[in-house]
Each structure stands twice: as C-alpha cells, then as structure tokens.
Ligand binder design. Structure first.
Ligand code: KG4
Ligand code: ZN
Length: 333
C-alpha cells in the first residue's frame, strides 16, 4: 500500500510517499524557519499563508522524487491535530479534496502518534512493547507503546515543552529561532558544570515534567549578571542543556524500568540533540536497555511519519469523513 502523507501542523510544509508504513519512497520538507526567524517564534497567520503557497509544489516534488504517478497512490494520511488550526486546515483541506478527486481513502491522524511511529521508518525499530520519550516544540511526554496505534500516556509536561524551553532560552540570549540546534552547537563550547540550573524531577516516581522553572532560572542569571553574562553564554547554555537532558534521561529510563521494557525510543525535534542522544543511550546501556532514535531528519516534523501511522489505520479499514475537522489541542490531556 503506497500512501501520500501530508503534514502542515506548524512551520513545515511536508509531503511524503511511504510504502507499507515502513519504506520511504520520498520525503519533502519545506521549512518556513526564515519567515519566522525575525519574530523569535512561529507567527500563526504567516504560517498558514506559507503553507498555502507551498502545499502544491511540495506534493508535486514528493511524487516526482518517488517516480510515482497519482494513479498508484492507494490512500492519503494527513495531520489532523494538534497544531495551529489555520496551518492544519491547509493540509487537511488539501488531503480531503485530493482524496475526493482521486476517489481514494483518506485518514486524519494525530501528529504525536506520527512522531511515535517515526522509529518504524528506520531499519532497527523497537519490538513491542516499549516506552518512548516524545520531546518537541509543543509537547513533552512519555508513552507506553503496545502497538503502532495503541499508545498510552504515562506522563507529560505541566507547563513548557522541552523544545519550547530551548526556544525561549535562545530568545533570552538573542541567539535566534529555533533555539534547539543553536543551543546544541553553542553548548559544545561551554562547561556544563560551571553554572548549575535546577532539575525539576517533581516526584521521582511519576513521569510528568516541568521546564518553566529552569527557563526562569536562566532568566534570573541573566538579570543578575547584566555585564558579564554575554561572555558566559556557552557555559549558560551548556548548563541549561545539561539540566534538561538530565531530567529527560532520568524519566525515560525510569519509565522503562517501571514497565519492564528492554527497549526505549526517543522521538520529536529535541531527540536531534546530540547530548541527549549520547546521555540516554549510555545510561540505558548500563541498565541493559536498548535505545532507538530516528535519524535527525525524522526527528523533526515530516510527512513520512504521518503516512507511517496512517497506514495502520487504513489497513484496519478506518477512514475519515468529509465533515471531519482539525483540532488544536492534544486529545489525551
Ligand atoms: O518535532 P518538532 O520539529 O516540531 C514540533 O512538533 O514541535 O520540534 C521542534 C522543536 C523546537 O523547539 C526546536 O528548538 C527543537 O525541537 N530542536 C532541538 C534540536 N533540534 C530541534 N532541541 C534541542 N536540540 C536540538 N538539536
Ligand atoms: Zn512535531
């Protein structure tokens, strides 16, 4: 079964062709970073307009790169939510119209289920059941995964997402948007142990997160060192990153132990972070747990992961209706 995946939930217009939920035939991601960069974050109205401009060329490019004519597509999977409503509507309406005109089935899927399923596009996916840490710009959560679409929430952030904390700290230090990759690179030049920022484990036995305290602590450090903080930016971001990574790695390994899983996964934009990948893999190995992390391109938003999860719904005969609509907030909060 060859599916066309479409993703427009935030600031990436993406289309992909995926065979049987595992093999990527093409994956095109058109980023709007340059559009939002001057504002230090995503401007929803601009995002919607850019999706409208990009959606047709991006889908055409995905078809061309895969060498697949329209007639070979068996169905469409599209992100239904959560995300920016105006942005989601562009992809969702496109998918609906496309499915109608081609008389093929279509399914709206959850963006977070997409991230969780991104590991199945790699050659070494985890066996079921496993626990997964999803850390992105809008969400930070741990799930227990029994099957591709049987995904149980174990805990989530009570305030900021991990990626959001990276973006906000980057903004405070005027490093640019998105903050994650910039901080990741800058942190390599700093000492992670010189400035200690708080680690919010909340209770050590649950899997909820809080990242607003650490963000405030970085802000306070900047305020109390107005003349010297500029020269300390590498140490500040290295200390900040280390605190976030410590909490994320502690919780995912704890979750694996509670669920007696020998396999964990990490997905979402923040899973591209080099220090997080290194620390979690090492800590897990010491406990006899194997870590599965997608390649960097599959950590960020893409449409291949949407097609991957859509495949499992369509295979079970689930399809969306013509009057279905998008949703902005996650369903299981
Ligand atoms: O999954 P994603 O592409 O979009 C959402 O669904 O939110 O994640 C984007 C987030 C941004 O907050 C970005 O700063 C963060 O992922 N990010 C990183 C890195 N690369 C992207 N955070 C830390 N280190 C990175 N290398
Ligand atoms: Zn995402």
């Amino acid at each position: 079964m060859i599916l066309l995946g479409i993703e427009t939930s935030c600031d990436e217009t993406a289309a992909a062709l995926v065979k049987d939920g595992t093999t990527i035939l093409s994956s095109v991601v058109s980023s709007q970073i340059h559009v939002h960069h001057p504002y230090g974050g995503v401007v929803p109205e601009l995002a919607s307009r850019k999706h409208i401009e990009a959606i047709v060329p991006v889908v055409d490019q995905a078809m061309e790169e895969a060498g697949i004519p329209k007639s070979r597509i068996d169905g469409i999977a599209v992100t239904q939510g959560p995300g920016l409503v105006g942005a989601l509507l562009v992809g969702f309406s496109f998918a609906k119209a496309y499915a109608y005109s081609q008389e093929i089935p279509w399914i709206g899927v959850d963006h977070l289920d997409g991230h969780v399923n991104s590991v199945f596009l790699e050659t070494d996916p985890p066996p079921f059941p496993y626990v997964v840490l999803l850390a992105s710009g809008g969400h930070t959560a741990i799930y227990f995964v029994r099957d591709y679409i049987d995904i149980e929430l174990m805990g989530q952030t009570r305030d900021d997402a991990a990626g959001e904390a990276f973006d906000k700290v980057s903004n405070m230090l005027e490093l640019g948007y998105p903050g994650g990759p910039l901080i990741g690179r800058m942190a390599e030049k700093g000492n992670p142990n010189r400035i200690k920022f708080p680690r919010a484990y909340l209770t050590k036995s649950d899997f909820d997160f809080s990242f607003s305290g650490i963000k405030t602590a970085v802000n306070r450090y900047i305020q109390t060192h107005p003349d010297s903080y500029h020269a300390q930016i590498p140490d500040i971001v290295a200390g900040f990153q280390e605190a976030v990574v410590d909490v994320l790695s502690f919780k995912i390994i704890q979750a694996a132990q509670v669920k007696k899983c020998e396999h964990i996964a990490m997905v979402g934009g923040v899973a591209a972070n080099g220090r997080l990948r290194e620390k979690v893999s090492k800590a897990a190995k010491q406990k006899g747990i194997e870590t599965h992390i997608p390649s960097i391109q599959l950590c960020g938003d893409n449409a291949a992961m949407i097609a991957a999860v859509g495949y499992h719904h369509l295979r079970k005969g689930r399809v969306s209706g013509w009057d279905d609509d998008v949703y902005s907030r996650k369903r299981n909060s």
